[in-house]
Design a protein around this ligand. Structure first.
Ligand code: HEM
Length: 298
């Protein structure tokens, strides 16, 4: 993998903000989102591979579902990636975050290329030219289109989210297993509400109505790295990897705004005892960019 281009986080956030023109107080990306509360319950299979406390007991979670763009005024029916951020609040007072989005693959290992792609994606007519100049990104974009990552879903409750990066689970003896997550919904078309939601906030109205009826569940699945599977790259594909169900996130209720007292920050490098980070350059860059974004949110 070539070394990533050095990218000043101040410049990165300036460029991303300029691309979307969203208000300064919002997140630079994933500007439109709301908070929810639930519980993660792990499986015995997860506990056998990892000693982290949340892999052994039910753990409260704070969830934020979001649209990916940097302008919160863009209506929900517009095409966009969607996000599901999960903060696991462990019973010892520590916490760890996973940030999923709807594209199953990430197009680059270089933060500079990610920012350039995000800028280019705002201009729908010329975006194909950008891709023509960056052919290595095309397979991930095609996987996203095939997986309907960008089309507006009927509901977050039927949407699969991919946290992309690999994490190392350590067991009680210190043995490490690299895993890669997906959040896979259990809801199907048959569970849909009778009412149709069509307005600019339709995803958030739908999920609120659905939660009034009952909880929303995503299975947390992990691929387990085997021979030849690279954990240190956001673009690597783990063909043929074993998959297991690590637990379930059951969201029970919509919460009021959680940011009156200051910004809530989801950070993919926030880990707890028993979980290790890889050297994935995208993962390592993200907290630098997020810190700059958070500093501007006030
Ligand atoms: C170099 C690559 C990336 C950059 C520069 C970047 C940048 C950002 C920024 C600036 C924010 C706003 C942070 C804040 O103000 O709190 C954000 C939010 C977010 N990003 Fe990224 N991102 C990158 C990669 C990714 C990847 C790989 C994923 C998913 C696997 C992802 C998912 C999210 C989600 C879900 C949020 C919303 C967090 C929330 O709900 O508060 N990002 N990103």
């Amino acid at each position: 993998m070539p070394d990533p281009t050095p990218l000043d986080p101040v410049a990165a956030i300036d460029r991303l903000r300029a691309a979307f023109g969203g208000p300064a107080a919002h997140r630079t990306l994933h500007a439109k989102g709301r908070f929810y509360a639930g519980t993660f319950t792990p499986t015995a299979e997860a506990g056998a591979l990892g000693r982290a406390r949340h892999l052994h007991e039910p753990t409260p979670v704070l969830v934020r579902w979001s649209n990916a763009g940097g302008n919160a005024a863009v209506p929900d029916p517009k095409p966009d990636i969607r996000g599901m951020s999960v903060k696991f609040r462990l019973t010892d007072g520590t916490s760890t975050d996973l940030l999923g989005q709807t594209s199953p693959r990430f197009p680059t290992d270089d933060p500079e290329e990610f920012v350039a792609m995000t800028e280019a994606s705002v201009h729908k007519l010329t975006f194909p030219l950008f891709l023509a100049r960056h052919p290595r990104m095309v397979p991930a974009i095609v996987a996203g289109v095939r997986g309907k990552a960008i089309s507006s879903p009927v509901t977050f409750a039927e949407t699969t989210f991919y946290p992309i990066h690999a994490y190392g689970w350590l067991d009680a003896g210190g043995r490490r297993t690299w895993v890669r997550y997906s959040f896979v919904p259990t809801a199907t078309k048959a569970d849909r509400l009778e009412r149709r939601f069509t307005g600019p906030d339709r995803l958030f109205e739908e999920i609120a109505a659905r939660l009034d009826r009952g909880p929303v569940t995503h299975e947390v699945r992990v691929q387990v790295a085997g021979e030849g599977h690279d954990p240190h790259s956001a673009t690597s594909v783990w063909k043929g990897a074993r998959e297991l169900v690590a637990g379930r996130i059951v969201v029970a209720e919509a919460l009021p705004d959680q940011e009156d007292a200051g910004p809530v920050v989801f950070d993919p490098t926030r880990v707890v005892d028993g979980v290790e980070l890889s050297d994935d350059p995208i993962l390592r860059y993200r907290p630098v960019a997020y810190t700059e974004s958070v500093s501007r949110r006030g």
